[in-house]
Design a protein around this ligand. Structure first.
Ligand code: C2E
Ligand code: CA
Ligand code: CA
Ligand code: CA
Length: 278
């Protein structure tokens, strides 16, 4: 029994060491990843439900580590936040996404906006608004083509967040509230934040046909968004019956595997753009 306990202890410490060393590998790797070309941006279409039009995309970061393979943003974004690396990394992502979208516009496609996720740590940085201005200047993208996705966690600091949001809005940038329904005191944010769009979290969409409660939540969010004159997007739509429900509730747009997973930029061009006559 003593032996067993010993092994268990050893196994436990091994597991901790592995976690720590993986974290260290990730952290050192992350500092160099963008320069090494290991970081890429994928794009997921935002589909207009009434027409099927695809004129907007969400940028989602991907990290392909030389040894570890594909690392999920759910693993490295929190680490990047903890180490504040998200500030330069986030700016790099914004720059990359704006450059791509500008290139698509320059090809003559009729497009609406590019949505870029902004972490609360990035948003809390006093240099954030200036860094957005700088990226727009450098890339030449007009602000009306940029949509920033913020989660409710940005509001840990409403007294700084709200003036920031107004400043961005005054520049012509759009603001979406991401993962709506998963945070708390959401209703205050709706009232106080200068928002354009609400994004219904995929956790509600994915169980609408199993849970009458989730259906009621989705129904209520859509209804509220329509009454507040906000654009509303459902995330994580995978099946035709989920889409049918959203059509019946008059939801404006959706994202999800039903249309497309996030894909590299060249797949967006081939799948979603008509050739434009020169
Ligand atoms: P999010 O912003 O809520 O992004 C939506 C996530 O749902 C993405 O996961 C997307 O690939 C996934 N998804 C899209 N359609 C479907 C579907 O039909 N079914 C299912 N099951 N999933 C779907 P991903 O790309 O792994 O990103 C996870 C999270 O990481 C994002 O959640 C966001 O919070 C964060 N993230 C991703 N890229 C960035 C970034 O550039 N900056 C920051 N700050 N965070 C990012
Ligand atoms: Ca998002
Ligand atoms: Ca989301
Ligand atoms: Ca999410």
């Amino acid at each position: 029994a003593k032996q067993e306990g010993g092994n268990q202890y050893q196994f436990f410490t091994m597991e901790i060491n592995e976690t720590i060393s993986r974290k260290m590998t990730l952290e050192t790797g992350l500092r160099k990843a963008a320069a090494l070309g290991e970081i890429e941006i994928y794009y997921q279409p935002q589909v207009v439900i009434g027409t099927g039009d695809v004129k907007s995309f969400e940028a989602l970061v991907r990290w392909n580590h030389r040894e570890l393979g594909v690392v999920s943003p759910l693993d490295f974004i929190p680490l990047a936040e903890e180490t504040k690396l998200i500030i330069p990394l986030g700016k790099w992502i914004l720059h990359k996404a704006c450059t791509q979208f500008k290139a698509w516009l320059d090809e003559g496609h009729d497009l609406c906006h590019i949505s870029v996720n902004i972490s609360a740590v990035q948003f809390d940085d006093p240099g954030f608004v200036d860094s957005v201005k700088q990226v727009l200047n450098e890339t030449g993208l007009e602000p009306r083509y940029l949509d920033l996705e913020l989660t409710e966690s940005v509001v840990q600091n409403p007294q700084t967040a709200i003036p920031f949001m107004h400043e961005l809005k005054a520049m012509g940038i759009k603001i979406s509230l991401d993962d709506f329904g998963t945070g708390y005191s959401s209703l205050n944010y709706l009232k106080d934040f200068p928002l354009d769009t609400l994004k219904i979290d995929k956790s509600f969409i994915q169980t609408i046909h199993q849970s009458p409660k989730d259906m009621a939540v989705v129904d209520t969010i859509i209804h509220m968004a329509l009454n507040l004159n906000l654009n509303v997007i459902a995330e994580g739509v995978e099946t035709p019956s989920q889409l049918d429900y959203l059509v019946s509730r008059k939801c404006h747009q959706y994202q999800g595997y039903l249309c497309s997973a996030p894909v590299p930029h060249d797949q967006i061009s081939t799948r979603f753009f008509q050739p434009v006559k020169g």
